[in-house]
Design a protein around this ligand. Structure first.
Ligand SMILES: Nc1ncnc2c1ncn2[C@@H]1O[C@H](COP(=O)(O)OP(=O)(O)OP(=O)(O)O)[C@@H](O)[C@H]1O
Length: 255
């Protein structure tokens, strides 16, 4: 069996005349944590939107878990085993933690045509188990999202991704809006995922975080992948040089 979880070949996305993503060849292997870095507008989120089914690429192919995939929407990507924590989190403010964890995938006791009776006890128990498994700490599960701190919200979104992602988790700037303590908690969850052998793509601007957490750094610049660097063979200065374009690398494949 191949050890490749995700591969893109020539992945390209144009928005009218804007070439947001150009010819991206990318590989993620089992158990690997890879950071995607790049300046604002470099194409990082565009890349993530193509591989999570939010948008359809203009050209190129995506291979996931050994087969070529063309997702018609994020639900299909989720069903295939790709979970993404987006910058806007996609949580419902007025619902509590279990309801958010199971949003769109509710456990039901009875299904009576248009009405169904939710298995609230089952969802609560499963939520507790999921939080324990992912090392996420949330004091009161009955709290609505509205009443939670940014860090707690982020943890709920990550716990949801980690609960349902059977194969791949993607995090787009998971700590951008968080304080020091909350950032540390999210980073601990990421370490926990690594220890469990779960592959991860981490979009981040935070150099310290990237060097702490990942195995490999892929740099985007003006829509193209311009560097593929093993962590132990590079340093912050080197990565910045690729981000700004001061340095370039002859790339065969971002693998
Ligand atoms: N829906 C869209 N329509 C038109 N242009 C877009 C669209 N989405 C992104 N772009 C453009 O594509 C380019 C890449 O944007 P993208 O959001 O992928 O960058 P990014 O690396 O994620 O940046 P940031 O770090 O600021 O989030 C930018 O020039 C952006 O303006």
């Amino acid at each position: 069996m191949s050890d490749i979880v995700l591969q893109t070949r020539g992945l390209t996305k144009h928005y009218g005349g804007v070439h947001a993503l150009v010819d991206a060849d990318f590989v993620l292997r089992r158990g690997e944590h890879v950071a995607i870095m790049g300046d604002n507008g470099a194409g990082k989120s565009t890349f993530v939107r193509q591989i999570t089914g939010v948008e359809r690429p203009t050209a190129g192919s995506i291979w996931f878990d050994g087969r070529e995939v063309q997702f018609n929407g994020p639900l299909e990507a989720r069903e295939a085993g790709i979970e993404c924590v987006f910058q806007n989190l996609a949580l419902c403010d007025d619902l509590d933690v279990p309801s958010n964890l199971f949003l769109g995938r509710e456990k039901v006791l009875f299904n009576l045509g248009p009405f169904s009776i939710l298995d609230r006890k089952g969802m609560r128990a499963a939520t507790e188990a999921a939080l324990q498994r992912t090392a996420v700490k949330i004091p009161n599960l009955a709290n609505t999202i509205r009443n939670m701190s940014g860090g707690q919200r982020q943890c709920v979104a990550i716990a949801r991704a980690a609960t349902f992602a059977s194969k791949l988790i993607i995090m787009d700037e998971p700590t951008a809006a968080l304080g020091v303590q909350e950032t540390a908690q999210v980073e601990n969850i990421i370490r926990h995922l690594k220890a469990q052998g779960e592959p991860l793509i981490l979009v981040s601007h935070n150099m310290r975080q990237v060097f702490d957490l990942v195995d490999r750094i892929v740099v985007f610049r003006r829509g193209r992948i311009v560097a593929n660097l093993r962590k132990e063979e590079t340093d912050g200065q080197d990565v910045v040089a690729y981000i700004t374009g001061a340095k370039t690398q002859a790339l065969e494949d971002a693998a």
